[in-house]
Each structure stands twice: as C-alpha cells, then as structure tokens.
Design a protein around this ligand. Structure first.
Ligand code: GLC
Length: 570
C-alpha cells in the first residue's frame, strides 16, 4: 500500500497535542444507502473532518462481526466487515486521510473475541483440555454435575460472566468466561499463543499505515489464575465487577507485561515514514495515580482520562479533577487525554442538562463512586437541553484549552443530544436484553449523524432509506449543512476553536497556571499570552483588564455570564 504522507508528518510529537475525532462507523456516514455507515461514506467525509480541524480520526471496530456488541465482538482481527467495505477500501481511506494530513487510529479488542471467531468455534468443537480450548477461559463448573459456574462473577452487561457449553449430544459440559456478553468469550492471556497472535494483529495494521491503536478495556486480559469469588453485589446477586484494587479480572500485574510488549512493537516502527505509532488505553481506573501507571515510560502512550467525562459541571469539581490529572501525568511525563463523550456514554449536551451532571470530585481530585453505569444513572432524570447545550459549548472551549490531547466523539461538534426515547424494539445494546429490559443501554448516543436535509435520514446516506437506528424528527437544525457557515452554531464554534488551537502557540501540549477567582470561576493562563475563563456561577464575571476575547462560547459583550467560557489574548 502506497502512502502519501503530508508534510506535517514530520512532527514527531504529534500524539502529544492532537485532536482526535472518534468515528463510530455504523453511524457516521453511509456511502451505499443500506442504512449502515461504511468506509465509502467515511472517505467521502474526510474533507469535512479536515475542515473541522481535527488531527486524527479513531475508528471504532471495523472488523467482521455479528455486532452482538456493536463490533466490539470481533470475528476476524485482520479484515473489514463487508457491511463497511473491504481491506482495499480501508487502505484507500487511510491513504486519503494521510493525504489530508489526518492520522488514523483503529480499535483493538484484546480481552475478548466474538463467539463467531473461528478459534472459538474450534474450541467449542474440541474436547475439554485440548489446545483449542486453551485459547479461551474454559473451566469445569462447581457443585454436583458441574452445574454451578466456576466463579460467582457478574458480567458487565448483566448476568453471570460464565456461559455453559452444550455438547453436540445436548449434554451440558464446561463453562467459558465472558466479562461482557456471552457472545464475547475472553481470550486466555496465560497462553503464549494468544499473545503471539495479537502481536501479529498489531503488526498487520501498523504495516498498513495505521498510526495509532485504541486498546479496548486495556486493564483486562489477565485474570487471577486462582479464580476467586468476589463480594456479592446486592443489586445483581453476582460477584461485583467494581474496579476496586485486587479485583481478580481488572488491572492484574500481568497486564503491564502485555502493554510493554505492545509498546516495543510500536517503537520498532518509529523510524519509518509515518513516525511513532501510538496507543491510547481505555481503562476506567481510580485513583488517577493508578491510571497513569499505564502511561509510565515504556508502557502505553496515552490513556483516556474518564474522570473528565464523569466529572460534574461545577467549578470546584472540574478544577479538582483537572489539577489531579495534570499533576499525575506530569509525574510520568505523559500528555493528559481529555474526553467529554464517546459511544458508551450519555451525550454531553444531555448530561450537562440534567439536575445531576456527573460525579463530584473532592479537593484531592478523588471521586467517591466507582460508577460504570452512566446511562443507568442519568436516564431517569429530566433534561434542559438548552442549558446542556450552553454548558457543552463552554466545556468544549475548556477542553481544547487544556494541555494535552483532546477527543471529540462524532456529533459532539453538532451539539447532538442523547436520543433517550428510542423505540424499545430498535434497541441493540446487549445491556437491554441482559438487564431484563431495565437498562436501555448506549444506543441513544449512537444514532446516525444528520448531514443535511429536513427529515430522516438527513443525508446520512443517499436516497430515503432509513438508518439502522431511527433519527429524531427534530434534527433538521442540527445537520452539518444547517450549521455550516452559520455564525455562532455549535459546529462553527468547534471549527473556530480548533483553528485557533492550531494557530496559537500557547495551546496543545504544555503546562498551565491557575488564576484564583473563587470557587465558581475557573481560570488559567498559558504562555505565551493566553487565558481561559469559565464562569460556573450566577454573577457575571467582567473581562479582566488588558485581555481581549479571541473566542467565546456565548455572548461576552457585557462580561462572562454563567456557563460560558472565553478565550482571551493577554
Ligand atoms: C469498551 C467499549 C464498549 C464495549 C466494551 C466491551 O468499554 O468502549 O463499547 O462494549 O469495551 O468490548
């Protein structure tokens, strides 16, 4: 595959200051009109992404998959799902992206496969104790007839983390472990053949010009080989999946070795025409010191700072969270990674429009809860969308002003709200079924993007075919076409902010200095000559002397009102 790297590929530190745009391929842009996004649609949209001003795109799993978990159930790690296109289409996409100066990240799912993966099918067909079964975590059950699961662990999507195998004669036999859905059997990372296989997968994609890899559930893979039970969660009756220290399936000591092995592979590419390849780890971990052990020298490059995503919209919590994150990253020399949305979380406009906007952070930056279930937590609360959108605009300026890497989840730049009223028959997140129809899950942030036009499918694909998840009837004003060139639109605010971030030497990687303006005003200065102020309080904050607004999330002509951010030249 030939590459046409553009000149900015000479920037070796690109990954320390990039703005990365997350594409959820099913829902981004549909090139062939079948209602599902695809690589053709993604290629058509590259001009849009370049004009938005992002530096890189991260594509959520594009592999062949039965989509039991939206593609995080991978049936072949070295191919493309035919619904999205082919390996050739992917090569074209990568080349075109590189031609526009955009880096491309993909998503690697090393904890589990799809139950359709040929190696899992082979394991099912083979006998207990066979090398085929050794690729996954098969165990005999407990109790008479082995009728009880090997441990009490609950799965993240509900129910037990163990599924029983039924042999060809209909007799129940061993159980296999799945920390997520039963269609997602966990690999056995104790088996060196598994590690070797993933080394080859990583090389396969780096050889094809992929610049970065997001590691799905980067704290999993290794399991405590004594397979102990965990304390029972009274809500589910199963062993807890909380990420407390010592949990037998999260952040086990063997995880570090796996990361270092991958890092060595990435480093072995550093000398080629694309330069350093990088990893971003997806791991929800507390406290922050533990999180940044993942980006210590020789380990992964960056790790999502989900404390940012979970943090409530108040001055003291935001500041406490940011101070902690900045401090712990500086200690290990890694750039922080900021994120306010992704395909797993209630969209920011909706979250910030709720009476509760997230977790409270104490002055030391620690939050008391260890919550994974964002959608569950927020769903029942009413939303003030206008308030949420105003705050989301301020949050974007705040995010892009912070030192480090910033992520944008597709549609965030349009100010899309969560779709909380999807008809239940359209829901596809495994959580819906596995929770006995009590938790709707994450589909509400995965509704296909509105591109143009007055009604669904809003130009998502050609023609009038409807997308795989229904779009709301009132999104005409939120389409890319409707917002393009409209001063003050959400999209134009993002464009202006990203353009300024490129232009302004104070922004991107580096440091900041907090200015003390009381608990309801967050303010920091970055050199040379930049200041960001966000007002969380009721009182209008005057623009300080000798500072001139560059960009604001709202009207600052009479001072900075509540829930508004301003960038100043000082
Ligand atoms: C990660 C993904 C999520 C997926 C899960 C299991 O958390 O972001 O979408 O369901 O891993 O792969």
């Amino acid at each position: 595959m030939a590459h046409v790297p553009s000149p900015n590929f000479a920037d070796l530190d690109w990954w320390r200051h990039s703005v990365v745009y997350q594409i959820y391929p099913r829902s981004f842009h549909d090139g062939n009109g079948d209602g599902t996004g695809d690589l053709l649609g993604m290629s058509h949209a590259l001009g849009y992404l370049a004009s938005l001003g992002v530096d890189a795109v991260w594509v959520s799993p594009w592999y062949p998959s039965p989509l039991a978990d939206g593609g995080y159930d991978v049936a072949d790690y070295c191919d493309i799902d035919p619904r999205y296109g082919s390996l050739d289409d992917a090569a074209l996409f990568v080349n075109e992206a590189h031609g526009l100066g955009l880096r491309v990240f993909i998503d690697l799912v090393p904890n589990h496969a799809s139950s359709d993966h040929p190696l899992f099918q082979a394991a099912l067909a083979a006998a207990p104790g066979s090398p085929e079964r050794e690729m996954f975590l098969f165990r005999d059950g407990h109790g008479p007839g082995g009728n009880l699961p090997p441990t009490n662990w609950g799965a993240i999507f509900g129910g037990s983390a163990w599924e029983r195998v039924i042999d060809v004669d209909g007799n129940p036999e061993q159980w296999y472990c799945h920390m997520f859905a039963p269609e997602q059997p966990d690999w056995n990372w104790e088996n060196p053949a598994v590690a070797d296989m993933f080394d080859a997968v990583i090389r396969f994609w780096f050889d094809r010009g992929i610049d970065g890899i997001r590691i799905d559930v980067a704290d999993s893979m290794a399991k405590d080989q004594s397979f102990p039970d965990t304390p029972v969660d009274p809500k589910t009756g199963y062993g807890t999946t909380q990420k407390s220290a010592g949990a037998p399936y999260w952040d086990q000591p063997a995880v570090e070795k796996i990361h270092r092995r991958w890092r060595a592979i990435a480093d072995s590419y550093a000398g080629d025409h694309l330069g350093q390849r990088i990893f971003v780890s997806e791991a929800h971990m507390n406290p922050a010191e533990r999180l940044v052990s993942y980006v210590a020298p020789g380990r992964l490059h960056t790790t999502f700072n989900f404390d940012h995503l979970w943090c409530e919209w108040t001055g003291p919590s935001q500041r406490a969270m940011m101070e902690t994150i900045l401090r712990v990253h500086a200690e290990v020399g890694a750039p922080p990674t900021w994120v306010i949305g992704n395909h797993d979380t209630t969209r920011v406009v909706t979250r910030y429009g709720k009476p509760e906007t997230g977790w409270r952070f104490r002055a030391d930056g620690v939050h008391p809860d260890d919550g994974q279930k964002f959608a569950e937590h927020f769903a029942p609360l009413p939303t003030d969308v206008a308030l949420g959108r105003r705050r989301a605009r301020a949050a974007a300026l705040l995010e892009f002003a912070l030192p480090g890497v910033a992520y944008i989840y597709q549609g965030e730049e349009l100010g899309l709200p969560e779709v909380e009223d999807l008809p239940t028959e359209s829901l596809q997140d495994p959580t819906w079924e596995r929770s006995g129809h009590t938790v709707r899950g994450r589909d509400g942030c995965r509704v296909p993007l509105p591109w143009s036009g007055e009604e669904p499918p809003y130009g998502f694909g050609p023609g009038i075919g409807q997308p795989w998840l229904p779009q709301p009837a009132d999104w005409a004003d939120l389409t890319i076409a409707a917002q393009t060139g409209v001063p003050g639109s959400h999209l134009e605010l993002y464009r202006a902010a990203l353009a300024e971030r490129h232009r302004n030497p104070a922004l991107g990687d580096g440091t900041l200095r907090w200015d003390e303006m009381g608990p309801t005003v967050l303010s920091f200065t970055r050199e040379p000559g930049f200041r960001c102020i966000v007002n969380f309080g009721d009182d209008v904050v005057p623009i300080p002397d000798n500072s001139w607004p560059i960009l604001a999330s709202g009207d600052v002509s009479a001072g900075i009102p509540r829930d508004t951010a301003v960038w100043l030249s000082v």
